[in-house]
Write a protein that binds this ligand. Structure first.
Ligand SMILES: [Zn+2]
Length: 416
């Protein structure tokens, strides 16, 4: 265990080198507004991967690529038979994405290896820096495709057959950019994913490090309310079948439900389509989305039951029919206590302010955690803004998160 008394107590990564690498990678697919457009399995994605592979080679690592294009850059350990400690994230971006989402996790892993090389530090277990394919899901669904495949959630055949809007499949795109490999998946002894928070909590609390304990479970629903179109004037209130009235009531119920649970519950109605959408017609049909999230499975179940009952009551009150279809069921993720603890202790040993946090979004680490002990490290991003070309982070914050990563990795990999 690494403590203040350890000879490595002054171990620091090179924040300027990390920043320079982030900025160099951000040139690939750079947008005029200062963001990045590097969509999965395009030529630009390949250029980003090639640059990472070159840097990994220069740092003495060997790179393997698996059938989904996931990359694993390996630094040998003193006991190379031990399962590696993984560090990773993704290099693909949203169509109008930022410079730090994903790349920060990958290049932090590279920076840790460069720092260990500079210091001549040998770890007992190997270290593997990973690039997961198609985390963003903007060109091909599902999101987190590479890590989901790695943990056994999706088959190769099913993923290869997924097509983009032009009919190009994942299998074709992987072969076209030369990243359909044949490396067999290997297990990690531990896995860490540093990431910008993509939300406002750390900045709001003026705290440097987020010790990520898990990720919210998500249940998404499509709801169709069917009433009857009728004239807004001649139709008395008691004889209406107003689908919009039911929709409005359900929206308020979703907010009531999410507000009554303390453990990070969220409820959102983000999509509403009203028919016929005319100012003097009682709406006969509404399609709406429901997004419920919580850190605890039992809470999520209770929220869903409450939603179903209150939605049925709201529909009945408006004399409408209701159809509810569940379209996403993603269980809450609880990261491995030993990895979470390694992050917490690393932050404390560096004297950094840290707080526990639950990720509201999905990340590759969530899938990795299904098979191997994993955790994440969050650092603040400006204004909580992400999936935006204006995404920004403080170089000092990025360096601090990478310092935490280095110590957490050493704690789990051991020193030779
Ligand atoms: Zn990301």
């Amino acid at each position: 265990m690494l403590t203040r008394a350890s000879p490595l107590a002054d171990l620091r990564i090179d924040g300027a080198r990390l920043w320079a690498s982030l900025m160099e990678l951000a040139q690939i697919g750079a947008t005029p507004k200062g963001g990045v457009r590097r969509i999965a399995l395009t030529d630009l994605d390949a250029q980003g991967r090639d640059l990472f592979a070159r840097w990994a080679g220069e740092a003495g690592m060997t790179v393997r690529v698996d059938p989904l294009g996931n990359m694993f850059a390996r630094r040998a350990g003193a006991d190379d038979a031990l399962p590696p400690v993984g560090i990773g994230s993704h290099l693909d971006s949203q169509p109008s994405g930022g410079k730090f989402d994903g790349t920060y996790g990958v290049l932090s892993g590279l920076e840790v290896v460069r720092t260990l090389n500079d210091r001549g530090i040998r770890t007992r277990a190997p270290i593997e820096v990973c690039v997961w394919t198609n985390e963003e899901g903007s060109r091909f669904t599902p999101v987190m495709m590479g890590s989901g495949w790695w943990c056994g959630e999706f088959t190769t055949e099913a993923m290869y057959a997924r097509a983009d809007v032009d009919g190009v499949t994942v299998g074709e795109a992987l072969r076209a950019i030369g990243y359909a490999g044949d490396a067999a998946p290997r297990m990690f002894g531990a896995y860490f994913e540093p990431h910008i928070e993509q939300g406002p909590v750390l900045e709001d609390a003026d705290t440097l490090i987020g010790v990520v304990r898990g990720a919210l479970g998500q249940r998404w629903f499509d709801v169709v309310l069917t009433g009857q179109d009728s004239h807004a004037g001649p139709t008395p209130m008691r004889l209406r079948r107003d689908a919009m009235a039911a929709c409005a009531k359900i929206t308020l119920e979703i907010n009531r439900i999410a507000n009554q649970y303390p453990d990070n519950a969220r409820g959102t109605v983000g999509f509403v389509q009203v028919k016929p959408n005319s100012r003097n017609v009682v709406p006969g049909e509404v399609r709406m989305s429901i997004d419920l999230r919580s850190a605890e499975a039992a809470t999520l179940d209770a929220m869903v039951a409450d939603f179903r009952a209150s939605a049925a009551a709201a529909a009945a009150e408006a004399r409408c029919e209701i159809a509810i279809e569940q379209v996403v069921d993603f269980p809450p993720c609880h990261f491995a206590p030993e990895c979470v603890e390694a992050v917490r202790e690393a932050a404390a040993s560096l004297g950094f302010g840290a707080m526990d946090i639950i990720s509201g979004a999905g990340h590759d680490a969530v899938y990795v955690n299904r098979r191997a002990p994993a955790a994440m490290i969050f650092v603040p991003c400006k204004g909580g803004l992400s999936h935006n070309e204006l995404e920004s982070a403080d170089p000092a914050h990025l360096a601090a998160g990478c310092d935490v990563l280095a110590r957490a990795v050493l704690a789990r990999a051991g020193m030779a």
